[in-house]
Design a protein around this ligand. Structure first.
Ligand SMILES: Cc1cc2nc3c(=O)[nH]c(=O)nc-3n(C[C@H](O)[C@H](O)[C@H](O)COP(=O)(O)OP(=O)(O)OC[C@H]3O[C@@H](n4cnc5c(N)ncnc54)[C@H](O)[C@@H]3O)c2cc1C
Length: 431
């Protein structure tokens, strides 16, 4: 078969890997002039490693990603440092990267709250019955089982941060289960950065005979009634394929294939997601004197962002010509003003708060900044969300769809992009 894949993110590349190995002719169409999608990175002259546009790491439990890396013989390039994660409480940050540190966290006191926090965490680690948990919201479940204080202090800030006030109370408990069940405190990356891995993945695909057409957006897909093949409109002309896999957001996919039956199309359009705005800063000095990598900050603490991530407390600054790389970012709805403000306007909003993290911080520490925004960053799983997940095989014969919005109950991640890409490949081959 001649198979077209739309998108050279990890989902598209993983599908291409298996489809080519199964003997098919595979072409990937990618609108950007690089591979890697949301997990792509950039590199300044003088940097040995690339920096991801949106902060990225792997978990030790990311078996689909680590598995495909092994198949490619690149496992020696995976590194698992153990960076420090901290949690905000009343103006201070406390280590929060192990069960012991979580239990020592002063916000919960020493009584029943700490015990309930521990027991709830243990239960979520052990249970596999996420189907029961998706019937209720995190808010209702945590209030009931962890208690009001633990919910307010530990879980509500996470929900409001990730999903905004609008969805925070609607997210289902299976989402929280997936995070607690699958994540590890050991965090991994690839030698050279995620972009180095994406480029090596693309090279392996080339070597197998996969064609990757960069800078080639697909605008429309329809069936050609004469040949029965699927037609793809690209700036270079119309291309034909026996089967097509689309790996884009549900909204973009719906626009690309308006001939999809109404029910499927409406299902795509009903799916909700949050966008992300992330600024990357190259600083002359280290921001965190204590060497913190990941700062969890509740919105209620008044910071103009949700996350601060000092990348060079994960990967050494020597790989970036001595620059200290810091991300500040937030998950927001695409109509939020952060999607409209200029880079300088956002910088003016963000910089004063960095002094709260390090009183010595001065504006002249900032050597350079970059701004990254995406309207599609985090799917929002509502109650009974499993019923909303679009099938990989669409009602149009030969047309398949595999996106971040379908990896549920898992939270989005490159590991699950690989998993769903490979699952789609299997369905495309086996029917
Ligand atoms: C802020 C943020 C932080 C994250 N942190 C992590 C993390 O720490 N660890 C982790 O594993 N994951 C993380 N993720 C998630 C991870 O990036 C995604 O789950 C994964 O990259 C999705 O891969 P994908 O192939 O499904 O989609 P994408 O990466 O979105 O790939 C889709 C591709 O399609 C291309 N495309 C779009 N339109 C067209 C068109 N019309 N024609 C052709 N091509 C087109 C795009 O350019 C893109 O390359 C994070 C994501 C965000 C936003």
């Amino acid at each position: 078969m001649k198979i077209a894949i739309i998108g050279a993110g990890y989902g598209g590349m993983a599908a291409a890997w298996d489809l080519r190995k199964a003997g098919h002719e595979v072409i990937i169409y990618e609108s950007a002039d690089y591979v890697g999608g949301l997990a792509s990175g950039f590199k300044e002259p003088g940097w040995k490693w690339s920096v991801e546009k949106f902060y990225h790491h792997w978990f030790a439990s990311d078996r689909h990603m680590l598995g495909i890396i092994k198949e490619m013989g690149l496992e020696d390039k995976v590194l698992f440092p153990r960076p420090l994660t901290v949690m905000y409480h009343q103006g201070k940050f406390y280590p929060f990267d192990s069960i012991i540190n979580a239990l020592l966290f002063p916000g919960l006191g020493w009584g029943i709250n700490k015990i309930r926090f521990g027991l709830v965490g243990l239960f979520l680690r052990l249970t596999t019955n996420w189907q029961a948990l998706e019937k209720t919201t995190v808010e209702a479940w945590m209030r009931k089982w962890a208690g009001e204080k633990v919910y307010k202090l530990m879980w509500e800030p996470l929900l409001v941060g990730k999903f905004g006030e609008k969805y925070a109370k609607q997210v289902n408990m299976a989402w929280m289960w997936a995070r607690m069940h699958a994540r590890t405190t050991r965090l991994g990356t690839f030698e050279g950065g995620f972009q180095a891995f994406a480029d090596q993945f693309a090279e392996k695909l080339h070597a197998e005979g996969v064609e990757i057409r960069l800078g080639t957006p697909v605008t429309h897909i329809q069936r050609d009634s004469t040949s029965g093949l699927l037609e793809l409109a690209t700036p270079e002309g119309v291309e034909k394929a026996d089967k097509v896999l689309v790996t884009l957001s549900p909204g973009v996919a719906a626009k690309m294939v308006p001939s999809l039956p109404k029910e499927y199309l409406e299902g795509l359009l009903r799916l909700k997601s949050m966008g992300a705005v992330v600024m990357t800063l190259a600083l002359k000095e280290r921001l965190s004197d204590q060497g913190y990598y990941w700062y969890n900050i509740p919105k209620s603490a008044g910071f103009p962002f949700l996350a601060v991530v000092e990348h060079t407390n994960f990967v050494a600054p020597e790989n970036f010509g001595g620059d200290h790389i810091v991300y500040v970012g937030d998950y927001l709805e695409p109509d939020h003003e952060y999607f409209r403000l200029t880079q300088d306007e956002l910088l003016d909003r963000f910089l004063p708060s960095l002094q709260k993290l390090n009183p010595r911080f001065e504006r002249d520490w900032v050597k350079k900044t970059w701004l990254w925004r995406t309207a599609y960053a985090q799917p929002v799983p509502l109650v009974n969300h499993s019923q909303n997940i679009p099938a990989i095989a669409t009602p149009i014969e030969g047309l398949y769809f595999a996106s971040m919005s379908q990896v549920y109950p898992w939270d989005r991640g490159t590991n699950f992009a690989v998993e769903i890409g490979r699952k789609a490949a299997k369905i495309m081959v086996e029917g």
